[in-house]
Design a protein. Structure first.
Length: 131
């Protein structure tokens, strides 16, 4: 999750760009390189977030920074040769459960949202996934 990358960088918030020396990012890159070196085809995905334009509760700036951070993570990991599926803004708010206000932005996916991720991962495993 993008917020875990942000949390791993001291002094940053979800409104800040993720730095290149971010510990979580470096771990993901290292893991991809290790798996590839051992002949394993890693598949990573950037978790869908409730940031679709239909979510009017978010500022344009938060939309912009979140998408930029997702691209940054995707590009850094994909540069290793790993498959990376960027799902960050694929789903509209109706795919998220908003059981509590603090879960709404990053919220938990409902059954349809989880099925969507499963379908995209299955396609990637089968070699059909767009990156």
């Amino acid at each position: 999750r993008i917020r875990e990358y942000v949390a791993a960088a001291s002094g940053t918030t979800e409104h800040d760009p993720i730095p290149q020396d971010n510990p979580r990012l470096l771990q993901a890159v290292e893991l991809a390189e290790l798996l590839l070196a051992r002949g394993v085809r890693p598949i990573f995905y950037v978790t869908p977030l409730n940031i679709a334009p239909a979510n009017q509760d978010l500022s344009d700036e938060l939309h912009r920074v979140t998408r930029a951070n997702a691209r940054f993570i995707r590009d850094a990991v994909a540069a290793t040769g790993a498959t990376v599926i960027d799902l960050v803004d694929d789903l509209e708010p109706g795919y998220f459960s908003n059981r509590s206000p603090e879960q709404f932005l990053y919220g938990h996916l409902d059954q349809r949202g989880r099925a969507y991720i499963a379908e995209r991962l299955a396609a990637a495993i089968g070699g059909d996934a767009p990156r």
